[in-house]
Design a protein around this ligand. Structure first.
Ligand code: G
Ligand code: MN
Length: 389
């Protein structure tokens, strides 16, 4: 198939909509572009076409009898991680938007789509796909690895291998005034060189649509480690917003739920919780199971105060960007002092992260912080151990 590919010239566009009028509209909108257009009203036929022909971009309706647009997208992703799929819907919902993102849709458009917008999205998609193609060709020339044939399988294998070699590191969170370990943050680590960082693991899970599997696996690792922790120590664990959609998280019989009163679930402020409409209700459900909730990376994300107030977190973890060099930065001191004071009023515990020096520690304590986390007190370690005071 590689030889078929051209970086310029007309591209092949597949249009799918069970509504003939909508399909005609799409075809007309793209008629003047010079691309080779194939318009199909039966999604099952589209699925067959995709297997036998190469397209540069697919534009598909979501709600269709039989095979819907999301299922079609999922099938495309089984063999091609790059092919841009534009999903169009007359009845947008957070549910379908989340699924679309999860399966790697390139765009999610709401009807009526304007002709100009459609052309722009299609043209940009074609360019992106050609870029992806060129990158794979480059990889093949450099390494001999055929990124086209084995792309997904190779990634799946890497992911499975990384999952199998994933373990949890525990970093102490200390109470500076009592000189006690308050708890540990569980951090995922993989021994697999290709997916060593947690971020790489998450991104791969994302592109493979395996976030739920990853989340479950990490939770089972944390649950298994709980008996090895000092009695009473709290366990902080990070979850991906997508995990909030997983029914397994709410199972009161799950191994993790049995220790819910010791667990603080961290949700990053970097991710937009608005992406999930019932995120707040789900967080309440977690609280009812006995979990506490922490907002992670406070100061680094874009979450507004409204989100903070509605989540009503038990803990606010301050991003290390605010911590770094706080001893030499009066503005950072002022911000942390304000946050600490306000959180105290709201009965929210504050934990600054990434404390590296004694000077930073002292400035944080001076600003009102009692709980602290960072390399100064202990690195993330396989065996949750004592902290350095
Ligand atoms: O997003 P989150 O705050 O959960 O990420 C914590 C990350 O920060 C972990 O990967 C951990 O290894 C790292 N970390 C923990 N303590 C320190 C520190 O003192 N300095 C730096 N640079 N990184 C740290
Ligand atoms: Mn965290």
């Amino acid at each position: 198939m590689a030889d078929e590919w051209e970086a310029t010239g007309p591209a092949s566009v597949l249009l799918i909509d069970d509504d003939p009028t909508a399909l005609e509209f799409l075809r007309d909108a793209l008629a003047a572009t010079g691309h080779r257009i194939e318009a199909v009203s039966e999604s099952a036929r589209a699925a067959t076409l995709i297997e036998s022909k190469r397209f540069d971009v697919i534009v598909s309706d979501i709600a269709m009898p039989g095979l819907d647009g999301l299922e079609l997208l999922r099938r495309v992703r089984q063999t091609d991680l790059d092919l841009p799929v534009v999903l169009v819907t007359g009845s947008p919902s957070a549910e379908t938007a989340i699924r679309a993102m999860e399966f790697g849709a390139y765009r999610y458009l709401t009807k009526p789509v304007s002709v100009a917008e459609l052309r722009r999205v299609v043209d940009y998609g074609i360019t992106l796909y050609r870029m992806a193609w060129a990158k794979r060709e480059a990889l093949r020339m450099a390494t001999g690895i055929d990124g086209i044939a084995g792309q997904r399988t190779a990634l799946e294998l890497t992911f499975e291998r990384a999952l199998a070699t994933t373990w949890m590191a525990f970093q102490p969170i200390v109470n500076w005034s009592t000189k006690e370990v308050y708890g540990y943050e569980a951090l995922a680590r993989s021994d697999d060189p290709s997916l060593g960082s947690p971020l790489a693991l998450i991104e791969t899970a994302e592109s493979l649509g395996r976030l739920v599997a990853l989340g479950r696996h990490l939770r089972s690792l944390v649950a298994a480690a709980i008996p090895t922790l000092p009695p009473g120590a709290n366990v902080f664990m990070n979850i991906h917003p997508r995990d909030l959609e997983d029914a397994d998280l709410y199972d009161p019989q799950s191994p993790l739920a049995k220790s819910a009163d010791r667990i603080v679930i961290e949700l990053t402020e970097r991710a937009s919780l608005e992406a999930s409409p019932d995120a707040l209700a789900r967080l309440m459900a977690l609280k009812n199971l006995g979990y506490r909730i922490a907002i992670d990376d406070v100061g680094a994300g874009h979450a507004g105060l409204a989100t903070f107030a509605r989540i009503d977190p038990d803990v606010a973890k301050i991003d290390m960007g605010l911590v770094r060099g706080i001893d030499r930065d009066a503005r950072k001191q002022k911000v942390i002092r304000a946050m600490t004071g306000l959180c105290k009023e709201l009965k929210v515990l504050v934990i600054p992260e990434g404390v590296e020096t004694a000077a930073e520690r002292d400035a944080l304590v001076e600003a009102g912080c009692e709980l602290l986390q960072g390399y100064l007190f202990g690195r993330p370690q396989r065996t949750p151990g004592a902290a350095t005071f």
